[in-house]
Design a protein around this ligand. Structure first.
Ligand code: GLU
Length: 459
């Protein structure tokens, strides 16, 4: 973990000791789970000083309770590939916290998926969902299944098998999964169909559904639009604007696509996107025609960014990330730990003054120390990318009242939610002239869940 440098926010000696003791306790109980410990450490560093001043939370061991999932499932997912061979994957669902609403969080399908990654995501989700102001607890699930290179029929057979087991643990008032890396509209459709057959009922058990069967307008756009709204709020609060700024974006999936789209709407200049193969640099800024090409390439043809670079004759950098490209704003929107200390230093050296996280935990602890020491604007994922799950919450509301709101209505609600999250970060994270958005998001997210847990007694 990173050592705080001279101007990074510091905590007192006694809080430092309490944090160390707490992390030793968590590390001992969760061995071999580095991502989970990383996510907990980041939250605990903000919460321990806060509960020192609010000892009723400390005495009731609220933080110790929060790091323990209420429940977790691990299950076998057998399926048969197109050649008739048996394939075995492992499925998971972590039900982290239901104090303020049904468990809510996506399903990640990626070969890297393991218990540590899903616990970090479920833990982040608890705070993120609390910040949205909507009544949603936190959960996360997934599998080490890799949708890349699989046929539609293979993906369908996997999703049906996965849901056959998962259906025992979820429900519209229990746990409502959604998309995440590797799970998009296609996968949600197959999972929803299987759940409906098994339960003989139509219910809002999943979000991210297509519009024909209960999905919400603006849900596909929500995470990307939301992070740009959050960046806009940070910039406006600091007396500048998003217009005319050069932005680098990593990733090219759902979050990156709609981040680029909203940046274009607001007059910024997005100059990169990427996938696991490398990144492409578009000096004059991505235009709408290129964005449409990327959407079709990634969502329908399931191709690579190298193909986009080739088609438009653009410089492509294989096996590299875009962090060395000079910019004003950075939107890491691919995956966890994609920016390390060295990357963070290069970003800042090249003029970046605002990092907004579309992905979950894309910056390592050392990278965050670099941002904070430099005093740049930094919107952590649990605040900045909460727009996706917020519109999932709005999809649940629409399903419950059997109604659908217009695009404008949902977009306005999303925009208001992102501004509210920003205000909460300002309320709990301002010190002097600076807003520590990490501290603000952690404390604001914590308070609602902690109060609910206190009120509910031994939960
Ligand atoms: N996977 C998204 C996230 O990380 C969305 C979850 C949801 O909509 O439930 O927040």
């Amino acid at each position: 973990m990173g050592t705080a440098t001279a101007s990074a926010p510091r905590i007192s000696k006694s809080n430092e000791r309490a944090l160390q003791k707490f992390m030793e306790y968590v590390a001992k109980r969760n061995q071999g789970e580095p991502e989970f410990l990383q996510a907990v450490q980041e939250v605990a560093a903000s919460i321990i000083p806060f509960i020192a001043k609010n000892p009723r939370f400390r005495d009731a061991k609220i933080l110790e309770r929060m790091v323990e999932p209420e429940r977790a499932f691990i299950f076998r997912v057998p399926w048969i590939d197109d050649k008739g061979n048996f394939q075995i994957n492992r499925g998971y669902r972590i039900q982290m916290n239901s104090a303020i609403g049904p468990y809510k969080g996506g399903i990640r399908l990626h070969p890297s998926v393991n218990i540590s990654i899903l616990k970090f995501l479920a833990f982040e989700q608890v705070f993120k969902n609390s910040l949205t102001t909507l009544p949603m607890g936190g959960g996360k699930g997934g599998s080490d299944f890799d949708p890349k290179g699989k046929s539609d029929n293979e993906v369908m057979r996997f999703c049906q098998s996965f849901m056959t087991e998962l259906s025992k643990y979820i429900g519209p008032n229990i746990d409502v999964p959604a998309g995440d890396i590797g799970t998009g509209g296609r996968e949600i459709g197959y999972m929803f169909g299987q759940y409906k057959r098994l339960k003989n009922e139509w219910s809002g058990v999943l979000t991210g559904k297509a519009l024909t069967y209960g999905g919400s307008l603006i849900r596909p756009e929500a995470t990307g639009y939301g992070s740009v709204y959050f960046a806009q709020a940070m910039l406006n609060h600091h007396k500048t604007s998003i217009e005319g700024k050069t932005a680098i974006v990593s990733g090219s999936g759902n979050v990156a696509q709609y981040t680029i789209e909203k940046l274009l709407h607001l007059g910024a200049k997005p100059v990169t996107c990427s996938d696991s193969g490398g990144y492409v640099y578009i000096k004059d800024g991505i235009d709408f025609q290129q964005l449409e090409y990327i959407k079709d390439l990634k969502n329908n043809r399931r191709g690579r960014i190298s193909e986009f670079a080739k088609e438009f004759n653009l410089p492509y950098f294989p096996a590299e990330k875009p962090w060395s490209v000079p910019c004003d704003l950075a939107f890491p929107s691919a995956t966890q730990n994609e920016i390390n200390e060295k990357d963070a230093k290069i970003l800042i050296k090249n003029g970046c003054f605002c990092v907004t996280e579309g992905a979950n935990m894309p910056s390592t602890a050392d990278a965050i120390d670099v941002y904070q020491s430099a005093g740049i604007l930094y919107g952590p994922g649990k605040a900045a990318n909460a727009g996706g799950v917020a519109v999932s919450g709005l999809e649940m509301s629409q399903n419950s009242i059997r109604y659908s709101w217009t695009k404008e209505e949902v977009d306005e609600k999303l925009h208001n939610i992102m501004n509210t999250i920003h205000e909460k970060c300002v309320t709990y994270g301002t010190k002097g002239k600076r807003v520590n958005y990490v501290k603000g998001a952690n404390i604001a997210g914590f308070i609602k869940v902690a109060e609910a847990m206190m009120a509910q007694g031994l939960v």
